[in-house]
Design a protein around this ligand. Structure first.
Ligand code: ADP
Ligand code: ZN
Ligand code: ZN
Length: 655
């Protein structure tokens, strides 16, 4: 019943049809009608079998005797165990049945129950801030939202492990959400080591069958610890004791298509329904969560220092107007990299774009190669000799000369692959490893790459945001940020919050153990006030100012917003739909603000014209009410059939 209440809340809040929400919440196998209970074969000894000795049988039927002996130890074994202990059992058991020594039954398949794996180790003694966080949460037995605001490497995971242990002690289940699959294996290893149990996993690398089995184990309270990405929030727990949302500010918690829910926000609702504590953790908490703490709706628990001996890294800018760059890398950066390598430190070079270069431009007329289906530039992939659009996947052959004036084309800007080939020239004897979504397409390739990165054998890591958060690289001492500047001039109101988060997170990979870390940021705008804010007062200071700005401009968290997105192959339909929508919305309610219609920041994408209306209100209930009556009305209009439209409640990106 609780699950239905939760699903109906989600449907109502995100204005998404309940049937589709239920469908999103259920495993594919269940929807296909696979039975919830599955059966397997089991062999067991009859009384006759128990009494009989195997010595006579050994001569006449040695294989049967072998199987009988195995059964004499265990009395009954299911087919899974038999497959392990006596792989050819199916060939020999019939003889035992004929002799009435053994019987075969179909029994309910009791799927894998967590078993003790290794003897758990005790881990470090908590420092006083960690101990305070653990005790405060443990003493709160009812619903409450906690924000663990702990600098990178402050031992948040250590706190989670204590909370998990305590929850298990009370015979309750734990749900842990992480933003990306890449972060699961590190977490799982720590749980196994400390708790001694193998957690159940629920994310997109699991097969549908695995997901179904986990889903059943959760429902039957057999899964004690569940670690998953956002969709795990819909798992049917019956005995949940705690929810932990790690890296709570991460955009991956928000589904960006179809049912556009936020798993972080739903985690709080779920905890409320179950009347249990929910823990949000981050080194860079979202502005929403910080604001909830200010209003005393969430309880903030701070970890202000790095755990153990580790210290936070020092941060410096490299002015690339004064320090000339080649292939995007300045001499000063190269020199510093050499120093760190000499001291056997590992280096992370952060580049937030994949491919070779983001732009192909003509040397003389400045013509830029654009995607034919989108308002976007084609990314250069030199190794594949091609141009690829990151927005629609269109692919073309790489061109060498401009089709307007015939002059030479040049690749402008840096992607991970360009940095990789440049560094290969400078550091030919080092193992340089690039980790981005192009290099980790194959199954398990990400885990393997991360292993090499964590062991410290790969000395120079080049990565996108995939590498920037959550990971613990023990020998990493230098973080270099190649091109942060585009974040300085974002036109999204969340731009500066995101930039502060990504810089703080990636910087937080440096110096996490006993060697001190250093962070170098290349910029063309060293005087931009953002840097001073971040360097002088850190993330907290940046957020304080951003919150102030939001208050003045009325953006969330000082208002609630929803985005009506529309697309169509014909521009006029997009606009007609948006105008009609505005008319309906404004006649229904005059207290919400309607901004637009405007075309989306990238108006044309994959051949479709996109536009949007932004709805804003100080009152969530009024906004929700207004949207649901709008949906009822717009669905009957003729124009609605000509466009594709969607509503995004609490959008995190305005495109
Ligand atoms: P976070 O999750 O905040 O990034 P971790 O829990 O991964 O931090 O801790 C960072 C490092 O510090 C890990 O190597 C961890 O084992 C160690 N650590 C955590 N807590 C303590 C402590 N109280 N004493 C010593 N080392 C600690
Ligand atoms: Zn040209
Ligand atoms: Zn495209």
């Amino acid at each position: 019943m609780n699950d239905m209440k939760f699903i109906s809340f989600a449907s109502n809040y995100y204005q998404y049809p309940i049937g589709k929400v239920i469908s999103a919440a259920l495993p594919v196998q269940l929807k296909k009608g696979f039975p919830l209970i599955s059966y397997i074969d089991q062999l067991s000894l009859t009384n006759h079998g128990k009494a009989c000795s195997t010595s006579n049988l050994k001569k006449s039927a040695p294989k049967q005797a072998e199987l009988l002996e195995i059964l004499k130890i265990k009395v009954r074994l299911n087919e899974k165990d038999l497959n392990n202990l006596s792989p050819n059992w199916r060939r020999y058991y019939k003889g035992l049945i004929e002799k009435k020594l053994v019987k075969k039954d179909r029994v309910i398949n009791n799927y894998r129950v967590n078993q003790k794996y290794i003897r758990p180790s005790s881990g470090p003694d908590l420092n006083s801030e960690q101990a305070n966080a653990v005790n405060t949460i443990i003493n709160e037995k009812k619903f409450k939202t906690f924000l663990i605001d702990g600098v990178t490497g402050s031992g948040k995971t250590e706190v989670y492990l204590h909370l998990i242990k305590n929850t298990l002690k009370n015979d309750k289940q734990c749900l842990i959400l992480v933003p990306e699959i890449g972060l699961t294996s590190q977490f799982i290893n720590r749980i196994i080591k400390r708790i001694g149990l193998i957690p159940h996993q629920f994310h997109s690398s699991c097969t549908e069958n695995e997901k179904f089995i986990t889903w059943k184990a959760i429902r039957d309270s057999k899964a004690e610890i569940v670690l998953g990405t956002r969709s795990a929030i819909f798992s049917p727990f019956k005995n949940l004791g705690i929810i932990i949302v790690d890296e709570e500010n991460d955009v991956s918690y928000k589904q960006q298509e179809g049912f556009r829910y936020s798993a972080r926000d739903l985690a709080i609702i779920k905890a409320k329904h179950c009347n249990i504590p929910v823990i949000l953790g981050s080194a860079t908490p979202s502005i929403e969560s910080i604001n909830q703490c200010k209003k005393n709706i969430y309880t903030k628990l701070q970890l202000t220092e790095r755990a153990g001996e580790a210290k936070l890294p020092s941060m410096h800018l490299i002015d690339i107007n004064k320090n000339k760059t080649k292939d995007g890398i300045s001499d000063l950066l190269l020199k510093t990299m050499n120093e760190h390598l000499k001291k056997n430190g590992q280096i992370l070079v952060f580049v937030n774009r994949r491919g070779y270069a983001p732009t192909l431009i003509c040397k003389s007329c400045n013509h830029i190669e654009k995607c034919k289906r989108c308002d976007s530039r084609m990314t250069v992939y030199q190794s594949k000799n091609s141009l690829i659009c990151h927005h629609c996947g269109s692919k073309e052959k790489l061109k060498t000369s401009c089709h307007v004036c015939g002059s030479e084309y040049i690749a402008l800007g840096q992607g991970t692959q360009r940095i990789e080939s440049a560094l290969n020239k400078h550091f030919s004897s080092e193992w340089i490893m690039r980790i981005d979504s192009d290099s980790t397409k194959l199954k398990d390739s990400l885990d393997k790459a991360l292993e090499a990165a964590k062991s410290g054998t790969a000395k120079i890591l080049i990565g996108t945001q995939m590498l920037s958060k959550g990971h613990h690289f023990s020998s990493l001492t230098l973080v270099a940020i190649i091109n942060a500047d585009q974040g300085l001039f974002s036109n999204d109101f969340r731009g500066s919050e995101r930039l502060a988060q990504s810089i703080t997170q990636v910087a937080g990979r440096a110096g996490r153990e006993n060697k001190k870390g250093q962070v170098l940021i290349q910029t063309e705008y060293p005087d931009h006030p953002f840097w001073e804010t971040l360097f002088k007062g850190g993330y907290k200071n940046a957020i304080r100012l951003i919150l102030e700005e939001r208050k003045q401009t009325g953006w969330p968290p000082y208002s609630y917003i929803a985005l009506l997105r529309t697309e169509s192959h014909q521009k006029k339909f997009t606009w007609e739909f948006l105008k009609k929508s505005k008319l309906i919305l404004s006649s229904n309610n005059s207290t919400i603000d309607i901004l637009g219609p405007v075309s989306a920041p990238m108006e044309k994408k994959a051949g479709k014209y996109r536009g949007q209306l932004l709805l804003q209100s100080n009152n969530r209930k009024i906004l929700n009410h207004c949207i649901s009556s709008f949906i009822q009305e717009i669905e009957s209009k003729k124009i609605t059939r000509r466009v594709k439209w969607s509503l995004d409640i609490d959008p995190i990106e305005l495109f």
